[in-house]
Design a protein around this ligand. Structure first.
Ligand code: FES
Ligand SMILES: [Fe+2]
Length: 364
């Protein structure tokens, strides 16, 4: 939103506090965008499955007999009981516990008690509804919109670039997932992630130890926000880096995929991820994922994850929860953004992009 002086304003507080807007977001924004489901290494064998929730819908991902990863709505096509009960497991058939209708791993109904007694009952016409699924460098994403554009179109070039920054990406497995519950709207947390205007005042370790602030910038490409910076003091980092290992060994970059996932690469080709799961108008779960080859134990990565948790994550938690309280104040109506035409670390231009995406999705 611009005012008569051409100032650009933040979204009005209701976008972060109004349960009706959150409900609309769930139906539109969250149900029409690519959402992270899990990593392929969680379901390595045929018949492996895990459950997940997207936009309030219970789903499950399963590896079928032909090694294809499929995602289904977790609902029986008989009378609506949930099919998969466990968080994860392995099965040959998907059997509904209510009246034991059995579906194969392609979602096709195969059997059920006394079905043959029903005149004209055609099993082949009954199938679990499927959700479109993509594997993106080993990461499983789903989209509830059957007409969604493919990820390479929505997030152009990211797959290729990620492969360059993380040459070992196909062999990675999660080493650690850290769950952080934040008492704020998911967009407060995502916006906080997407600008570094607050970094120098709040993230001493990050600013002094990792990045070179004067080289930091955020650019938007397709539905991504890409953070780049040069790194300082590679020798003073808490883990060893072989700068000669490959062309990207000393680089830092992150790719935020709208609306709730980010790949980050730290020097040494260290891949870690952010993942936001909205859990109500003023609650969000944030997951930090840390990956190593084969999920192998690594003191360096554990230490990095701990340092990140103790500094950046803890620092941001205090900020976002305070903002959420402020957004509910009668004394706040939405302030001007600091949009520097030259962009850079002290600019909030990336928030304009996010606000446009929000308005577009909500049709506002
Ligand atoms: S509801 Fe699933 S078998 Fe009846
Ligand atoms: Fe931050």
């Amino acid at each position: 939103m611009r005012d008569h002086n051409n100032l650009i304003y933040a979204l009005e507080p209701k976008y972060y506090t109004d349960p009706a807007i959150y409900e609309k977001e769930r139906q539109t924004l969250l149900a029409t965008t690519w959402q992270f489901a899990g990593h392929v290494s969680q379901i390595p064998n045929k018949g492996d499955y895990f459950r997940l929730e997207v936009a309030g819908e219970s789903l499950f991902c399963v590896r079928d007999r032909k090694d294809e990863v499929r995602t289904f709505y977790n609902v029986c096509q008989h009378r609506g009981h949930e099919i998969v009960q466990n968080e994860s497991g392995n099965t040959r058939m998907l059997v509904c516990p209510y009246h034991t209708w059995g579906y194969d791993l392609t979602g096709q109904l195969r059997n059920g008690p006394n079905l043959d007694s029903v005149n004209g009952f055609d099993k082949s016409k009954i199938c679990l509804p499927q959700v479109i699924t993509e594997i993106f460098c080993g990461f499983i994403f789903v989209n509830l919109d059957p007409n969604a554009k493919p990820m390479d179109e929505v997030f152009p070039g990211v797959r290729e670039e990620l492969r360059e920054f993380v040459p070992q990406i196909d062999d990675l497995q999660p080493l650690e997932f850290i769950e952080i519950s934040e008492d704020c709207n998911w967009k407060v947390s995502v916006e906080n992630y997407s600008e570094c205007y607050h970094c120098s005042a709040n993230h001493k370790t990050f600013v002094d130890g990792v990045i070179k602030p004067e080289t930091y910038n955020v650019k938007h490409v397709g539905y991504t926000l890409q953070h780049t910076t040069e790194c300082q003091n590679l020798e003073s980092m808490t883990y060893m880096i072989d700068p000669e290992a490959n062309a990207y060994a000393t680089r830092y970059k992150s790719w935020f995929l709208w609306p709730g996932f980010s790949f980050q690469v730290y020097p040494g080709n260290v891949l870690n991820t952010y993942h936001w799961v909205p859990a109500g108008v003023d609650k969000v779960k944030v997951y930090r994922g840390w990956y190593t080859v084969g999920g192998e134990e690594s003191d360096a990565i554990r230490q990095l994850a701990k340092q990140d948790f103790d500094t950046t994550v803890a620092e941001d938690l205090v900020l976002v929860e305070s903002v959420q309280r402020g957004l509910k104040s009668r004394g706040y109506t939405g302030g001007p953004l600091v949009v520097d035409p030259a962009e850079g670390v002290m600019s909030e231009h990336s928030l304009m992009t996010i606000h446009n995406w929000v308005r577009e999705a909500l049709d506002d």
